[in-house]
Design a protein around this ligand. Sequence first.
Ligand code: NAD
Ligand code: GLY
Length: 332
Amino acid sequence: MARAPFRRRRRLQKNKKCFLVTDSNVYELYGGLIEQTFGSIPRYILPAGEENKTFEHLGEILAAMGEAGLLRTSTLIAMGGGVVGDIGGLAAALYMRGIKCIQIPTTLLAQVDSSVGGKTAVDMANVKNLVGTFYQPEIVLVDPLFLRTLPGREIKCGLGEIVKYTALDAEIYRELLKHKENLFDLSFLAEITPLCIDHKANVVRKDERETGLRKSLNMGHTTGHAIELYDKKRSHGEYVLIGLWYETQIAMKMGLCREDYGKSLQELVTKLIGEVPPIEEEALAAARMDKKNESAGTVTFIAPILKGVFDVVKLPYEEYRQAVFSAMEERK
Ligand code: NAD
Ligand code: GLY
């Protein structure tokens, strides 16, 4: 897998321009590999961090693509974590109404989730992914060797999304429990990644535009995104884990989720991030803007029920708020 970019080079550069989007950390680590693989193709190096997944940087990327003389036949290569994949994918979708996009995900989160399925976006007006498109990449090149340089905290962040998959897919649940003492091992991650990609690709094939089934991939995200926007101290995957803990607790309280199963999911969460933190009242308000909501004043979240079984729950905001606060009391 590691050599795939080399094999594609000749074809990509034959008569069409390529443009690379990456971030400052990835460029520092892999600048040499990029030169070796793609040569001196035009590029935009985004400062690393979620705070840069903005419309302003998107504009700069598009302007740089124009200045580089990209045509409709050109290809954008987004090489990095979910931030680069999301903003790079959106630039590819918008430039001349859409050019080809190749995703080379370099974080665990991007490999198991964000690079697959075609969601692209930037954040705006303090709402995560407010502006974006569904735009499928031509190719996703996943190489687990990129994970060798990924800090433990970022591995944990990707494990957040993998724990989400355990609630949706009985096989992933079994694999994760089998390896729960060596979750950080590269060999385990290399094994579980294709299972996650397969799960997601199957869901996206059935419901690309998230009218139903795809909402399941947002388990833990309603509450997780709300606190992520307010708190901004942790990474996306950690907020997903916190959201998953709370939404599981609410689902158990509502009698939807089987207690033994719910508790095993919550155990995986606390094994990774320790005791989940309390949630500030102001943070929760953002759940009213969640993209899964279908009517004003109602909050939608995905409740785990049993291994591989879930439900879409819609609660009036006030009920959701109270349920989160009761769950907070029940944390210990
Ligand atoms: P990220 O892109 O910010 O990457 C995390 C950090 O790791 C950054 O500092 C980055 O520079 C660094 N990094 C990347 N690759 C590295 C490597 N190989 N070695 C060392 N450091 C490396 O964050 P992320 O967790 O990858 O992605 C989070 C983003 O993904 C969020 O914006 C979230 O909304 C989005 N997301 C999108 C989807 C989707 O379907 N499109 C799904 C889930 C999450
Ligand atoms: N990460 C959720 C989705 O792609 O739908």
